[in-house]
Design a protein around this ligand. Structure first.
Ligand code: XIL
Length: 378
């Protein structure tokens, strides 16, 4: 493992290293010409304007454009990856390292701060906002939690302890927490209990408990409910609407709703919702006084063998998501779930699909990148 202090120092330098430098160009000109140091105003000494990055374009529109960081960020040879991330994005989210199963893996009173702390330091050194993900979910929980038999009181105490510790540890540093993730069943829209350490014992109360506790632990962080499959109208979207409007009505502190936006170019029934559908959805939830964010955007295509038409539909899908967010004032962030195709969770979660992100594995910009950039006005 690479030394953390070396990497931390290097990362802290990235921010300044990325600032635009005025360089002297045209060194093949006659030697009698005065040097650029002596007279930097000469035409040959001017740097052509750099192409705007996604974060620059988003900032002009008062939006954040973010990415999930996972193993590639923590790898020993992550320099190129980190540089790209700091250059293009002004928001990051932990792909895994803030989940219970990582940060609270080893036991009730044992937290693992090293990797999430490194991520937070990187974001701060590079002027990026941070989304925290996630405080209560039915997946990626530690064995000590899922295999235990807990009374209602003890379980509630465990949830509160975790939130006090984790949210408190990062108090003042987090833009938004995904407090509760994926609490609603597909299809029926009922409370998800399968696999959940929380819902079978605490019922819906665990959601209110988690939000209330998170507000107390960091009053400055925005508190989000986050889920997938809410982007188009239907039973699940209605269930989420009922959930968050009920919370608002009860005075439970919720500030926003995250639409994961894991999409697929149509092959077996899934599809990218149209721009108008997305605008309608975001507007429906914004009307409750909530912020709305696209929190885990990716658009997968068949692989290998995606056709040119499928790749064009994918790029158009990215453009539509960005345009929809720009059309709704309450939509302040678009976060893609990973940087380059090879690191995407899609490759294992959806066999036969991939190529879901903005960069290829050589960090080349894809048509999807160009589509996002154009939609942001670049
Ligand atoms: C994924 C990670 O990207 C994978 O590395 C991990 O193996 C599984 O979880 N919805 C979420 C994210 O809220 O936390 C998931 O992240 C993707 C689906």
């Amino acid at each position: 493992m690479h030394s953390r202090s070396t990497r931390g120092a290097r990362r802290a330098l990235l921010g300044s290293a990325l600032s635009v430098v005025t360089a002297c160009v045209g060194s093949d000109l006659p030697t009698l010409t005065s040097s650029c140091d002596a007279d930097p105003t000469q035409a040959r000494c001017q740097t052509p304007p750099a192409a705007p990055t996604l974060r620059e374009l988003a900032a002009v529109r008062f939006r954040y454009v973010g990415t999930a960081l996972d193993a590639a960020f923590f790898g020993a040879s992550a320099t190129q990856y980190d540089t790209l991330v700091a250059h293009e994005f002004n928001m990051v989210v932990a792909g895994n390292v803030m989940k219970w199963g990582s940060i609270h893996r080893d036991g009730r009173f044992d937290y693992r701060w090293t990797n999430p702390d490194a991520m937070v330091a990187f974001a701060q050194a590079n002027g990026m906002k941070i989304r925290g993900h996630t405080l209560a979910w039915h997946q990626q929980n530690p064995a000590w939690l899922t295999s235990g038999t807990w009374s209602r009181d003890t379980l509630e105490a465990l949830l509160k302890e975790h939130i006090d510790s984790v949210v408190g540890h990062y108090r003042g540093k987090i833009h938004a927490w995904d407090v509760v993730n994926e609490a609603i069943n597909d299809g029926s829209g009922t409370l998800r209990t399968a696999g959940s350490p929380w819902a079978p014992t605490l019922g819906r109360d665990y959601i209110d408990i988690a939000f209330t506790r998170a507000r107390a632990a960091d009053p400055a962080a925005l508190l989000f409910y986050n889920d997938y499959g809410l982007e188009s109208p239907g039973v699940k979207q209605d269930a989420a609407f009922e959930l968050v409007s009920g919370m608002k009505a009860r005075g439970v502190p919720i500030d926003g709703i995250g639409f994961q936006a894991h999409f697929q170019v149509k092959q077996d029934g899934s599809d990218v919702p149209s721009q108008q559908t997305l605008v309608n959805t975001l507007t429906r939830f914004a009307a409750l006084g909530l912020k709305v964010e696209l929190t885990e955007l990716d658009i997968r295509v068949r692989t290998p063998g995606a056709t040119a038409a499928e790749l064009a539909a994918q790029a158009q899908g990215y453009a539509d998501v960005v345009s929809a967010c720009l059309a709704v004032p309450a939509c302040d962030a678009i976060v893609v779930w990973g940087v380059n195709d090879g690191e995407s969770w899609v490759n294992t979660a959806f066999p036969g699909y991939g190529q879901a992100l903005l960069f290829d594995d050589g960090f080349g910009k894809k048509a999807t990148y160009d589509a996002v950039k154009r939609a942001l006005g670049g």
